[in-house]
Design a protein around this ligand. Structure first.
Ligand code: PLP
Length: 674
């Protein structure tokens, strides 16, 4: 089995071995409560004080406070609460304070959400405003200057978690000083620890939150730096721990582990230098550039942490890249929130004014300062393999791609569907309902497979303009005449009360129609044109149904029940009990190409990518119904595939929950050919 290459360090990190050892030692030997006055407690207290002193040195906290918390989110709450309570007191004392809570437009959501929460809870009625950033992701200091007199609390992160952009903190401070601002100032420093020099007490920063798990400490432990003299209100009251700053018995094992990380930082003997990290970033960037044609990096490297790369690839959605990298064992994250049908744009990249395709196709690759040259080499080698997998799957034009089988391919953009109908023998195809966002993809596919496009058609008048552009791009003639695709014919029909539909079959007699590209036509409008199992291919799929048939629309079938979802253990038992069961891998061809066909107990999975499912369903409907177990990377696509097959009448459809991500002990990829 291939090992994981974890390149998602900005999300979280593994725990430093020395930190694990320290946590274990504390749990075994130094388990005392630091508030106890006996020797066991005093030992724990000494440890706690030691870690705090080390943290203070690493952060350059001077005479400021360093409070242990559960992580950055709690530290942020504490800072915001402290500032707002102080503002309320100043107001009550008759002082005119600023009225704006100003936060950088690219802050982690924990910041604006905390501001809104405490503003509401405390009934402050302050105005929340986002401080815009420029195209490089840097705060607009001119806007800050204009807003500084009204600002009550300012929040500007040190380095961005999505892009790695390093803020101009000195520039922000200069504006606050020049405008004689009395605003409190929080700098979320989560992504800066271990990557940027910190000398907090030498700055005007009032509050700086940190999270241990972003730098090789466990989750659930963090720090808050509070400048000497800055107002402070505890978030948690109780037994007076942390000198009354944060009640609750301390999380000693995690604090000790964080201490081990901070000691390593201080000693300077464990983590890589900025220069080394920069070298590795450049090598990863070169590997990505070689593998992914047209790649654009979304952050100018000169303004970013060397450990974060954020990029977009034209014509390839972030979800697709994530699936591909995951198949190759490279763990990265999407720079934007995405669901199966739509990918939500990244608000961080939007704030930088990047075009929509880049904000919704972004991928973040991040590594930690513990990475070594062998790790970067391995990552570069796998990135190259991902590029080959994409080329072999016709995501980019390439001459060595295998010829696609006959069938129907479904491409999707924001819920709208484009269909390709292909006949491999005659190397011909038709494009139905092309979406402009998919033109590159269609063009790459057609060129790479060397197929002749016989027709480009739309099922609505609105789609005509797109067809006409694509016809020009691919040099295809317009026309309504039936088009031959091997021994099938694509025929235009206009059902009563509907727009045009295109029927694909050995003839246009209902019994011969295999696929109907039916736009928005209803079952009733199609009733006399197709048969019960003709695959109906609509122009939109907002409910993730993939396709349907008249039979499925009319049938009353039991729901796809919980018993049809098999976790890895249930899958083992199911396969043992059903030797005839067929495993169906619905991952896309490039994912397959990146790590080979998974196999279980000598059974090699059949590849039926979700995009090709509609083309395969009829054969399952017509054939003997052996149990089909669908699986994918995480279980979402296979659930859609199995539900679609079940709805259409495949009686024996099952799906593997958690997919290969959880079941990689059960479904093991076969070794790839050299
Ligand atoms: N701030 C930044 C910049 C972050 O990256 C994160 C975590 O992703 C947080 C705050 C919140 O940290 P935690 O979830 O550890 O509380």
């Amino acid at each position: 089995m291939q090992n994981d290459l974890y390149l998602d360090a900005n999300a979280t990190s593994a725990v430093l071995p020395a930190a694990i050892a320290k946590a274990e030692q504390v749990m075994r030997e130094l388990y005392g409560n630091p508030s106890s006055t006996h020797a066991t407690g005093l030992k724990a207290k000494a440890l706690l004080d030691g870690v705090r002193q080390c943290a203070a040195r690493v952060l350059g906290a001077g005479s400021g406070r360093v409070v242990f918390t559960s992580g950055a989110t709690e530290s942020i709450q504490t800072a915001v609460l402290s500032a707002l309570c102080a503002l309320r007191e100043r107001r009550q004392a008759g002082e005119a304070t600023g009225t704006v809570l100003l936060y950088g437009a690219t802050e982690h959501k924990a910041v604006p959400e905390s501001l809104a929460h405490w503003n509401r809870v405390l009934g402050m009625g302050l105005e929340l405003r986002a401080l815009p950033v420029d195209a490089n992701g840097l705060h607009r200091l001119d806007v800050l200057r204009a807003l500084a007199p009204q600002t009550a609390l300012l929040c500007t992160m040190a380095a961005n978690n999505e892009t790695g952009v390093v803020s101009d903190i000195a520039g922000v401070q200069a504006v606050l000083e020049q405008t004689a601002s009395r605003a409190y100032w929080m700098v979320d420093s989560v992504q800066a620890l271990g990557k940027l020099d910190l000398n907090l007490a030498a700055t005007r920063i009032d509050y700086a939150p940190f999270s241990g798990h972003k730098l090789y400490a466990p989750k659930g432990v963090g720090l808050l730096y509070v400048r000497a003299g800055a107002p402070f209100t505890p978030l948690m009251a109780g037994g007076g721990q942390e000198q009354g700053n944060r009640a609750g018995t301390e999380n000693m094992a995690s604090i000790a582990a964080l201490g081990a990380v901070l000691s390593s930082l201080e000693a300077g003997d464990t983590f890589r230098s900025h220069a080394e990290l920069t070298l590795w970033r450049d090598r990863l960037a070169a590997a990505l550039t070689g593998a992914l044609p047209g790649i654009v990096f979304n952050t100018p490297f000169a303004h970013a942490l060397p450990t974060t790369l954020n990029f977009s690839v034209p014509g390839v959605a972030s979800k697709e890249l994530l699936d591909l990298f995951d198949a190759a064992g490279i763990r990265v994250s999407s720079g934007s929130a995405c669901s199966s049908a739509k990918s939500a744009p990244s608000y961080v990249l939007e704030a930088m004014g990047l075009p929509a395709w880049r904000t919704s196709a972004a991928v973040r690759m991040s590594f930690g300062p513990l990475a070594d040259a062998a790790f970067i080499d391995a990552a570069c080698e796998r990135i190259a393999r991902c590029g080959e997998a994409l080329r072999a799957s016709c995501m980019f034009a390439s001459s060595d791609a295998p010829v696609e089988n006959d069938g129907v391919i479904q491409l999707q953009h924001d819920g709208a569907l484009t269909w390709l109908a292909i006949d491999a023998a005659s190397r011909s195809c038709a494009v139905i309902d092309p979406q402009p966002a998919l033109f590159d993809r269609i063009g790459a596919y057609v060129r790479c497979q060397g197929v002749q496009v016989r027709a480009i058609v739309a099922t609505s008048a609105d789609g005509e303009a797109a067809c006409s552009i694509l016809r020009t791009l691919l040099q295809v003639a317009a026309g309504d005449a039936p088009v031959a695709l091997g021994n099938l014919t694509l025929t235009r029909v206009v059902p009563a009360g509907a727009n045009a539909c295109y029927l694909l079959g050995t003839s246009s007699a209902p019994a011969d129609v295999q696929f109907a590209f039916c736009g928005a036509a209803t079952a009733a409008q199609l009733a006399t044109l197709v048969h019960a199992d003709t695959i109906l291919c609509a122009s939109r799929d907002d409910q993730n149904r993939i396709c349907t048939t008249l039979g499925a629309e009319a049938a009353v079938r039991p729901a796809f029940g919980a018993e049809r979802h098999l976790d890895p253990q249930a899958l083992e038992q199911f396969l043992a009990a059903h030797p005839d069961a067929v495993l169906i891998d619905v991952r896309e061809p490039y994912e397959h190409a990146a790590n080979g066909a998974p196999c279980c107990h000598g059974r090699v999975a059949e590849s039926v990518p979700l995009s090709r499912l509609a083309g395969r369903l009829q054969r399952w409907l017509a054939g003997e119904q052996r149990p089909l177990v669908f699986f994918c990377r995480a279980g979402n696509r296979s659930a859609r595939a199995a539900q679609c097959a079940h709805r259409l009448g495949v009686a024996n459809a099952w799906q593997m929950t958690g997919g290969l991500a959880l079941g990689d002990q059960v479904l093991v990829p076969l070794p790839m050919a050299a």
